[in-house]
Ligand binder design. Structure first.
Ligand code: ATP
Length: 361
């Protein structure tokens, strides 16, 4: 089921006379393709949950429309939209068993949709198999791990075969290992069911690793939509470049002069066709190549061993942030007590942004 967002806007009124109106979602336009997993990503307060709540029907838009396929669902209540919802806190019924929790949404079906006890049991088992908890059907929530509870919540959201599955930070309560494992399972479940899924997270790595498309938001505004690798490789602006990637992109004050890019007084890269202007220079950590004749001279701070790679931590008068982090192969050798480190740059890992608008140039 494709989901179309048309001029979707949500404004919350000021809380008192002195307060300001909050534009939680500002003119969001996008067609989410059928059967895809979409990662909705951005810092806290950027409007992710509000977007999800608008799609589910828990919030009503101030302006704009929402379509599921060709059907305008903007004014439909949540229970008539056919969405499956999973939140960060699993919200399972503590006094019910796993099976009872899963079949809960089926018990209220009316008319032609009404199901017999046996049919509901069959459906619960089928859905539990999908999320691999069919061995735990008689347990109560408190007798299970966080990851297992989250899978019950996903099974409950899937049991009515939703048109759209909406997940709001579903992995936040899990420890690091379980989080990794559960996100891979989510991906598998999504592939197996083919249900269009929107997954809200503030964790860029999580979104990048499992999404078909990511949507990066800030202050209610969509900044970029694309395949994770494309957005990483071609960020539209400085915010997106800084939001994606660990370690973060390194940002310097720079200037284009005579088709050369300067950082301080060193010409670090040829930039044919570029007009003269001051710029923000973003260099991905993997964009530095140690080279004793390289054009960018930094002050060496330390080398952190990571196994296959090493992280060279250095500083430069034109950098922003606390230090420069470059990831290079551990085959590079550094002298103990080395004061400076020089780099060549990989041109496709260097991005220039307008100093004022912060848009990519
Ligand atoms: P987080 O990751 O912290 O959950 P988020 O990206 O999901 O954040 P939202 O919860 O969508 O952000 O909130 C977007 C903005 O709207 C925030 O500034 C928030 O304070 C504001 N907001 C959300 N709900 C309301 C409300 N009911 N009344 C007033 N303002 C609200």
């Amino acid at each position: 089921m494709k989901v179309v967002l048309e001029n979707l806007t949500k404004r919350f009124p000021p809380r008192n006379k002195k307060g300001a109106e909050v534009i939680a979602v500002n003119n969001f336009n996008f067609e989410i393709p059928d059967g895809q997993l979409i990662g909705l990503l951005g810092p806290s307060g950027c409007g992710k949950s509000t977007t999800l709540n608008l799609i589910s029907g828990l919030e009503t838009p101030t302006e704009g429309k929402i379509f599921f396929g060709d059907e305008d669902v903007t004014n439909l209540p949540p229970e008539e939209r056919g969405v499956g919802l999973v939140f960060q806190n699993y919200a399972l019924y503590p006094h019910l068993t796993v099976e009872e929790n899963i079949i809960f949404p089926l018990q209220n079906l009316k008319g032609a949709q009404k199901m017999s006890k046996e049919a509901m049991h069959q459906k619960a088992v089928e859905t539990a198999k999908l999320v691999q908890i069919d061995g735990l059907m008689e347990r109560k929530p408190k007798e299970m791990s966080g990851g297992q509870q989250q899978r019950v919540a996903i099974a409950r959201a899937l049991v009515k075969v939703p048109r759209v599955l909406l997940l709001d930070e579903p992995l936040s309560n899990l420890d690091a290992r379980l989080r990794l494992q559960t996100r891979e399972e989510l991906r598998r479940i999504q592939r197996d069911t083919g249900v269009t899924t929107i997954f809200v997270t503030h964790d860029q790595e999580e979104a990048m690793s499992i999404s078909d498309l990511i949507i990066v938001m800030k202050d209610g505004v969509v900044h970029q939509i694309g395949k994770p690798q494309d957005v990483y490789d071609e960020p539209a602006n400085l915010f997106v470049a800084q939001f994606l990637g660990t370690p973060q992109i390194n940002v310097f004050h720079g200037e284009v002069k005579g088709e050369k890019l300067y950082i301080g007084d060193e010409a670090v890269l040829d930039v044919p066709g570029r007009k003269d202007m001051p710029v923000w220079v973003g260099i991905r950590p993997e964009g530095f190549i140690p080279d004793e004749n390289g054009p960018l001279t930094c002050r060496m701070d330390r080398v952190e061993v990571m196994g296959r790679d090493v992280s060279v931590v250095s500083t430069h008068p034109q950098m922003t942030g606390r230090c420069i982090r470059s990831i290079v192969s551990s085959e590079n050798k550094f002298e103990p007590g080395q004061q400076t480190v020089r780099f060549r740059l990989k041109p496709y890992k260097v991005f220039l942004f307008d100093k004022e608008s912060e848009e990519r140039v």
